[in-house]
Design a protein around this ligand. Structure first.
Ligand SMILES: *[C@@H]1O[C@H](CO)[C@@H](O)[C@H](O)[C@H]1NC(C)=O
Ligand SMILES: *[C@@H]1O[C@H](CO)[C@@H](O)[C@H](O)[C@H]1NC(C)=O
Ligand SMILES: *[C@@H]1O[C@H](CO)[C@@H](O)[C@H](O)[C@H]1NC(C)=O
Length: 352
């Protein structure tokens, strides 16, 4: 598998980077601050006090996380947690909902499960903090930082040096476009038109982040959303392993997102945006062909596709691609984090 070899190569590059330069373990972090925006793929507890079904601060979530269930949608670390480790932070970036005081100077995590680029996305689950609201929250935090550092200039000097990760868009498909019983987007737009509409809005949002001081920005594309256990158990597959219509829509979005990243680098030339491609991570070939073509998560899921409270989990969590109906396992997150870190590494040495 060429793509698997590529992944192993990335992991190797990362390990060598750590081993030879001690970048991952010692001294100051490689960036002074790390801000995270997005959905449940990186949420670390912002939904815990919201009225929503999309919150997971209960066992078995967090069973492999040192502090137990925290609202992370995994058995263990999120990709953002692992990236924070690679960057040399001594703690994970705290969730916006509960952070306070001086810790905001090292960054915050604004991500909210079920949220998306569009305001209405994910509302079938209940409340969430959509990307527009996350950016507004960040605007407030930037003024707090200016207050703490004494001036707007010193705040921007710091904010220009931070790393920013944005991980969103999956829910604009899984909890919007492909849920015609709740949302009308699929009757209004073809997959191409919908991707255009999303990218147009995403472009505005990323430009706003730039105006708020972001200069090193990592933007993650969509994974093969049609291969999630929720997708393969909910939609017609016509004999294929994954739901091809969903993967095709995600592929179209990713292509447009890649072009957007190029456009932003062109228009905002004192900033650097990178596209993180995780579409090629193979979720299906951990299963022997012909033996088991059902993609299942590791925990037993409820009608919403999330783990059932206190119910059992699979034996070998490390061998399972997915943790619940939607989210990869921590093992896959390590690959996602390695891919991301490799792509952002050059940004960390850009002078600002
Ligand atoms: C989305 O909500 C924000 C407020 O958070 C509002 O300013 C904006 O106009 C809304 N966007 C759309 C497209 O409705
Ligand atoms: C930003 O802060 C102001 C005052 O501190 C507050 O009134 C407003 O609601 C905050 N905005 C958001 C989006 O939290
Ligand atoms: C997939 O997720 C949706 C949204 O929560 C839910 O309505 C549906 O029942 C889930 N399907 C399965 C098979 O879990």
């Amino acid at each position: 598998m060429a793509s698997m070899r590529k992944l192993l190569w990335w992991v190797l590059v990362l390990l060598m980077e750590c081993a030879s330069f001690h970048l991952c373990i010692h001294g100051e972090p490689q960036v002074p601050c790390y801000f995270i925006f997005g959905d449940s793929l990186v949420d670390s507890g912002n939904n815990n006090n919201l009225q929503t079904l999309a919150k997971v601060n209960y066992h078995p979530y967090g069973m492999d996380f040192p502090a137990g269930p925290t609202g992370r949608f995994y058995n263990g670390l999120t990709p953002a947690d692992i990236i924070a480790e690679h960057l040399g932070f001594e703690h994970y970036i705290p969730p916006f909902a509960t952070a306070s005081g001086g810790e905001i100077l090292q960054g915050l995590n604004y991500a909210s499960g079920s949220s998306g680029i569009r305001n209405e996305t994910g509302r079938n689950w209940g409340a969430n903090i959509n990307l527009n609201k996350q950016i507004e929250n960040h605007r407030n935090i930037t003024s707090h930082i200016a207050g703490m550092l004494g001036s707007k200039e010193s705040a921007y000097e710091l904010l220009n040096k931070c790393l920013y990760s944005v991980v969103t868009g999956s829910n604009d498909y899984m909890s919007n476009y492909f849920m015609p019983q709740f949302y009308d987007t699929s009757s209004k737009y073809s997959p191409e038109q919908y991707a255009d509409v999303l990218i147009e809005q995403y472009s505005q949002q990323l430009r706003t982040l730039y105006l708020l001081g972001a200069r090193k920005v990592s933007i993650q594309g969509l994974l093969t959303i049609g291969c999630t256990p929720n997708a393969t158990h909910t939609y017609e597959r016509k004999g294929t392993i994954c739901v091809d219509s969903m993967n095709n829509a995600a592929y179209i979005f990713n292509q447009r997102l890649k072009s957007l990243v190029n456009q932003l680098n062109h228009d905002l030339s004192d900033a650097k945006f990178v596209f993180v491609n995780i579409f090629d991570i193979p979720f299906t070939n951990t299963y022997a062909p012909g033996l088991n073509i059902e993609i299942s998560g590791c925990c037993e899921v409820d009608i919403n596709g999330l783990c059932i409270h206190n119910k059992g989990v699979c034996q070998d969590r490390i061998l399972s691609s997915f943790w619940d109906g939607f989210h990869p396992s921590e093992a896959v997150n390590k690959i996602i984090a390695a891919v991301t870190y490799t792509v952002v590494l050059p940004l960390l040495y850009e002078p600002q």
